[in-house]
Design a protein around this ligand. Structure first.
Ligand SMILES: NC(=O)c1ccc[n+]([C@@H]2O[C@H](COP(=O)([O-])OP(=O)(O)OC[C@H]3O[C@@H](n4cnc5c(N)ncnc54)[C@H](O)[C@@H]3O)[C@@H](O)[C@H]2O)c1
Length: 277
């Protein structure tokens, strides 16, 4: 049951690959809340993933676009506005990929050509879509744009490799573009920094299961699920967050501000046979 938080709103959702994807859950929730959406992903993801089924179920057109290609993005924003017959109210950037992480290259043995690819796909694509949208005046006054980030932008996490630097860049683009777009067009731009979540991209990080369980133990509220992430994104797209912009918003059950929790302490004591005083 929705609450019509997004009634009459039109949005583009980048990055739904399969039913585990964070973008998949956001797409479902946005439509449940009354939005009309266009789904997009790279041509290869359209061939390999299940996005066509999602599009059919949600009555959402699917448009192929490589988010690193300015030409593809220009076509996407033009076609989406034609389909909607109006400007766009919200956009989700849910895109991440590091060829260095995929190839198991450690942070002190990076391939720089691959690092450039990591940045282009995972962060610069956000700048490209914002620049294309602004040049086309594609986003309606008061529109809301959200990208998904991870706390590795602020703290080190073993195995996250150059994705950590990509997330820092993503959050920096959010601040810098948010300042311009807010002032000129009233458009807000934020990142939601999500808990570890079992998705295709997430599970690609070495030791992800441990990451996931560690965060779950530390966080007083436990890890935030993909469905809960979708709830938060919908709230960010809604009119209830009209003055929130240029923020990195932690959606992580309290992980980011916890030093040690009772759960984690008990786990640690068990693992190392330490007697609690
Ligand atoms: N899963 C987690 O633990 C977690 C935690 C915090 C943040 N995030 C972020 O959430 C976002 C979505 O990831 P996910 O976990 O849902 O995994 P996912 O694998 O389902 O989504 C990643 C998406 O990026 C798309 N993509 C890759 N290259 C692209 C390109 N050139 N053009 C267009 N799309 C491209 C993929 O096709 C895929 O749909 C990513 O930014 C990820 O870093 C994930």
């Amino acid at each position: 049951m929705g609450h019509n938080l997004l009634s009459n709103k039109k949005g583009i959702i980048f990055g739904a690959l399969n039913e585990k994807s964070l973008a998949w859950k956001v797409a479902e929730k946005a439509v449940q809340e009354g939005a009309q959406i266009v789904l997009t992903n790279s041509p290869v993801a359209l061939r390999m993933g299940d996005i066509a089924q999602l599009g059919e179920r949600l009555n959402a057109p699917v448009i192929a676009a490589d988010a690193t290609s300015v030409e593809d993005l220009e076509r996407l924003f033009t076609e989406a506005q034609t389909l909607f017959g109006s400007q766009i109210d919200f956009v989700l950037h849910s895109i991440g990929m590091s060829p260095n992480v995929r190839k198991g290259r450690s942070y002190d043995n990076l391939d720089y050509a691959l690092m450039g690819k990591t940045f282009d796909v995972s962060a610069i694509s956000f700048h490209k879509m914002l620049q294309v949208a602004k040049k086309q005046d594609a986003i309606a006054e008061g529109g809301s744009i959200v990208a998904l980030s991870y706390i590795a932008a602020q703290r080190t996490f073993v195995g996250y490799g150059d994705m950590a630097d990509a997330k820092s860049l993503l959050e920096s683009i959010t601040r810098n573009f948010g300042c311009l777009y807010g002032q000129e067009k009233g458009v807000r731009i934020n990142t939601v920094s999500q808990s570890p979540t079992m998705t295709t991209a997430g599970s690609g990080v070495g030791g992800f299961d441990l990451f996931y369980h560690f965060a779950d133990k530390i966080s007083p509220l436990g890890n935030a699920s993909a469905e809960e992430c979708a709830d938060y994104c919908v709230m960010m797209f809604s009119d209830y967050t009209r003055k929130v912009t240029m923020q990195n918003l932690f959606h992580d059950g309290g992980f980011s501000t916890t030093g040690m929790s009772v759960n984690a302490m008990q786990q640690y004591a068990k693992s190392f046979d330490v007697k609690e005083q």
